[in-house]
Each structure stands twice: as C-alpha cells, then as structure tokens.
Design a protein around this ligand. Sequence first.
Ligand code: ZN
Length: 572
Amino acid sequence: MDITLDTASHQYRGEMTAKLKNNSPDALDRAFFHLFFNAFQPESMMDVRSRTISDPDSRVGSRIVELPEEEWGWIKVESLLVNGKPVDFIHDGTILEVKLNAPIRAGKRATFEMTWSAQVPRQIRRSGWMNKEGIEYSMTQWYPKVCEYDHDGWHTEPYIGREYHGIWGDFDVTIHAPAGYTIGGTGTLQQDITSARTTGDWNFVAENVIDFAWAADPDYLHSTQNLGDVTLNFYHQANAEYDENWAALPEYAAKAMAFLNELIGPYPYPQYSVIQGGDGGMEYPMATLITGERSLRSLVGVTVHEMAHSWFQAVLATNESLYEFMDEGMTSYATSLCMRHLFAEAITSGYAHRSSYSSYISQALSGNEEPLITHADHYQTNRAYGVAAYSKGEVLLAQLAAVMGPDTRDQGLRDYFAKWAFKHPGPLELKQCMEAASGLDLDWYFQYFINTTHTIDYAVQSVYESDDSATIELERVGAMPMPQNIAITFENGEVQRFHAPLVMMRGHKALGENETLLPDWPWTNPTYSFTVPTTSRIVSVELDADRQMADVNRDNNSVQFDAQWQRIYQRH
Ligand SMILES: [Zn+2]
C-alpha cells in the first residue's frame, strides 16, 4: 500500500496491490472488501444500531448522526483491476462487492490493484481524527480489507462497531505524512525513526498479520524496551500528570510478555507497539491503541489485556464475530493471571478471575443472559454481549480447573496455541485440545456452557454422622452438570478432599494430594450420596472450596457445624 495523508482535510489517498491466493477448495466468482470508515455517516447501520439498542455505548450513542459532513468517515474505491483487467464493483455500505470476470479457482492466485480516496472520521469509536486526549490520527480499520472466505463461507458482516475477522498476509505499507509527525503501528519500520520524521515517508513491513493499524501525531515521544529478540515500542504524548506512569510501563510490559510467553506460547512477531490513541484499548497485530491518561494500574492493565490479544486475536485469530468469547474471554483469562503475577502484592486475597465470575453470575441470575454462541453483532444488549464475551468466556477456561485440574488445563491451553496458531480455530478445536490433554470427554461441558444459558448450582443436601463414618448427600439444583470437588474439615484439623466425576467424562482429573476419588455421578441423577470413614467429628462440608465453579448460589454449598454439635444436618 502507498498512502498519502492530507492533514488539512483529514483525507487520504491509497493505492494497493493485493496478491491473493485461494486456499479453499472452492472456485470464487466474487470477492469482498471491508470499508469500515463508511460506518461513520448518519443512517449507517452502525449509526442506527448505536442509537436504537436499549443500552447504547456511551462512546457512540448519537454521535455519528450529529457529525457535520466534513467530519464523516468515508472510503470510495476509484479503480480496481483484477489480473490487469477492470472489474465491476459495488459499494454497499461498509462492504465492497467485486464481481470477478472469471472465477479464482482453488489454489490459484489473483492480483487486485486498487486505488481509493477516503476521509478520516472524527474519532467516535476506535479509529478517527483527534481523540479525546488530543492524538491526531488513530488509523484502524482504515483501508479496504479483504473479507475472509473459509470453511464457513464468506464473512461479509456489515460493520456496526465490533469484532473483526481477516486473512493473514504480508504487508508492505508506505505512508506519506507531513514532516514532523511520528507514526507507530503494525510492522517494523524500515528506516531510522528520526529520518522518517524529517522526510515524512514511513515504510512498515509486517509478515503474517491479519490487519495493519497505525497512528500519527506530531507530539509523540518514543521509547523502546527489549525482551529477547522482541522490541517493545511505546508512543505517547508528554503529560506532566501521567509521564511517570508511562516511564514505568515498559518494564511491566516486558514482564507481561515474558509471562504470556510461558502461559500460552512464544510471541512470534519481532515487535509490539503500545501507542496512545483510540478510545480505550483496542488490539491489532503487533500494536495496540490505548488511551494514556491513566493510573499506573489502569495503564498496565489495559496494556496487558491488549497485548494478550496478540495470542488469541492476532495469531490464533478465531472468527471473533462468531466466537467472541474465544478472543475476549480467553484474553481476559490471560490478563487476570498476568495482572496477579505483576501486582502480586496488590491482590492479597481471593481468586484471580473473581470479577468475571461475579459478572457472569449476576447476568445469569438477571434473566437477560444470551448464549455464548450468539453472533457478536446480534446480542440484544451491549451488556449481554460484554458479559458473555469477556466474563463468561473467561470463566469457560478458568472453570476447566474444576473439571480437569488446573495443570492439565494449562497444558491444554499451550497445546491449543501450538497446534492452531495461524489456523483460525473455533470452539471444537479448543475442546479437542482440552480432551487430548486430559483424556476426558468434554462434549457436555462445551455444549452446556457455550450453547445454553443453563446454570450451575450444587448443594450439600444432608450429612449423617455415625461413630465411625459419615454419609453425605449432594444435590444438583441447577440444570448444568459438573463434577464435584468436596472438602471435609474435621475437628482434629484434618481436611480431606473428594472428587466425584461425571459418568459422561469417561475418566477423572488428576487428583491432588489427600484427594480421594469417588464413584461417578450420572448426570441424570439429581442427588448423589457417599460414605466416608471418620476418626474425628466433621466441622464442615464444602463444595468447590477453591471457587473454581461458577455456582450461581453458593449459600447452599457448605455446611458448618457449630459448638452445639449437630449429628444430623438436613437442608430445607
Ligand atoms: Zn479485549
């Protein structure tokens, strides 16, 4: 791509030569490109959706319909040759439909040569001119981006403000900006940053990325930090109040990347850029745009979250419109663990994922939950989307600790990344990797938690003690079955742990020390009892003492016996 930015009109011209290979077994007689900037116009689908949804995103709301025309976003393809010959094309909102003169057959290549003009919208959502912190250009979702064709067919979702899917490619992008601007973005800068500032010509090269983002501002300060072969770049505007936090950020970012490399697998790109811009935090390959006027904890938190997306959004690149929880949820999971690692002293108690558990549980109990499998654009409310994608998605992975054990779950995650990097996995591939790591059948877990809104609620129903044994009866109150982890504390201080797998798991997790395997619980049976020999009286019986299970009602999970010794407990 060759891009010329006019900072007076906020318009730019683009030329692109895209060499595409049809890796599918199908002949393609059409091609599609995303034209995201066309969303930033009155009456666009994004505008109407943003104004009519019952709980509007405050960053958008009615801001698009109120834009003066000179602040609209638009992108118009002016010419398009395929293999050197003109083709017909139609602008349809945020999608360009190309009618090919001849199909691109399986395994064949085609060269698209395109020119376009575009206007950068006033910054409303993620991209645009002049964000609220005064960053001039946040250039994301800004160029005609090839739509994905995969085993599910074409993915030509009209842009309404969330989630992306794209093909991997090698990018060579030259941007001509006025001298004095600094540009950061996806890829590796091919010249010295000082000389690029002087000439205004910026050439970035990026291999094997699904997108290309950049940001430009004349006031950016630039610093770097190295982690092995990877260079971390930081771009922000001087600000007396926040400079100290930005000065501390590089060391945290390097520690975070080292942690994520261990948790998931090695970061495969040569650089990562943390760039002040946009409207909060948004992930792109090799880069993120974040707002910068933040406390240290918030600045590190958003950086860690967006960086963690590198593994899930950029490298695994699950179709996040269809399976948003596999991007945002798994990223949130990794973020929680990384933040606990970085700020160990600040988290004095509790569980790293606790805020996602409580958001998910409160949404489930509200009656407004929609299944995780809902297409990201089509949730009835922004809240239902947010809780499903981020919180329930995080719980999906965290909760596997109760099913297969934390270490096996961690191994399954690393196997999943190693096996499916650069291959667009979906829920099936994640399930298969977790099954392979654990040797368990996990169909039921993924089926219930992804495709339904059934909830988990288990209870201690009764405890009957005799002189040398105790019989404990458990009840499945909620519809979703789960294996049970039971802790019994005795008067002599001893704690014994028990694990009751489900029949349909065809096995059980690796048992911990002092953990006893119980017979399988058939999911059809609402209750389950077991008898344990005792040498001391029971003080308490507790289900899920480690808080791994998203039990929507914990009040019935445990029984505590007080000093007035009760021999029999029966729940009412
Ligand atoms: Zn995210």
